[in-house]
Ligand binder design. Structure first.
Ligand SMILES: [Zn+2]
Length: 228
């Protein structure tokens, strides 16, 4: 499956505003290992935004991206990701995040149809979310776009066709996107397991093998350079 996904694109695919050149992309780690994250209150989306603005300025970039299978501390702030069982704590990130300005256009990665959409309102959740369905090379799989603006869900319908690179929505701000600095959560999903408009974007260490298999590295498809 990974080979098939890898073969679907030759050059990088942009899922945020295609007018931002790839030279203005930079990698970012927000794993528990990143010491810079100890310097501010990671529970605050406002402080996150300041940190990211500064990071982007230092790198002279417009988009900071990364995070597949990253173990993160940020989810500790939301009950949504945690239970009393420590082994069940969900802190492994299953998509790629692209951190850029609120209102940035979000683009379909490939031709497809709208499978489902929903506003997922838990604290730390996706907020407005769209899932596209793709049929390629005799396989069906899905791409999920989370943390959109509310109006991204206006005037769309299940089954609606979308073309690769078509604008399907816009990035939401912290008042609607689960209380994060603005970013797109982009995830590949092979089996939606009956979900609609939602699918876990973070899993526990205990379940990592299952989710790793069902949610391959989005960069197999996107081919964003690892470091610029
Ligand atoms: Zn994410």
């Amino acid at each position: 499956m990974e080979q098939i996904l890898n073969s679907l694109s030759i050059s990088p695919i942009q899922v945020v505003d295609a007018d931002i050149p790839l030279e203005q992309y930079t990698a970012i780690s927000i794993s528990s290992e990143n010491k810079a994250l100890k310097e501010f209150d990671v529970a605050s989306s406002i402080e996150w935004s300041s940190y990211l603005d500064q990071y982007l300025e230092e790198k002279q970039a417009k988009v900071a991206y990364g995070g597949y299978l990253e173990k993160r501390d940020i989810y500790k702030r939301s009950n949504y990701f945690n239970t009393t069982e420590a082994t069940e704590e969900r802190n492994i990130h299953l998509g790629i995040d692209l951190w850029c300005n609120e209102g940035t256009k979000v683009l379909a990665a490939l031709d497809g149809t709208i499978h489902s959409f929903q506003n997922n309102k838990n604290h730390g959740d996706y907020g407005p979310t769209i899932i596209l369905e793709h049929h390629l090379e005799n396989i069906t799989f899905y791409t999920l776009y989370g943390h959109l603006s509310l109006n991204s869900l206006d005037n769309i319908a299940v089954g609606q066709e979308v073309k690769k690179s078509e604008v399907i929505g816009f990035l939401g701000d912290n008042s609607v996107n689960g209380d994060y600095a603005p970013h797109l959560h982009f995830q590949l999903i092979l089996d939606l397991q009956g979900n609609s408009g939602d699918y876990p974007g973070v899993c526990s260490e205990k379940n990592i093998n299952l989710y790793k298999k069902n949610c391959p590295n989005p960069n197999l498809l996107l081919k964003l350079p690892h470091e610029i």
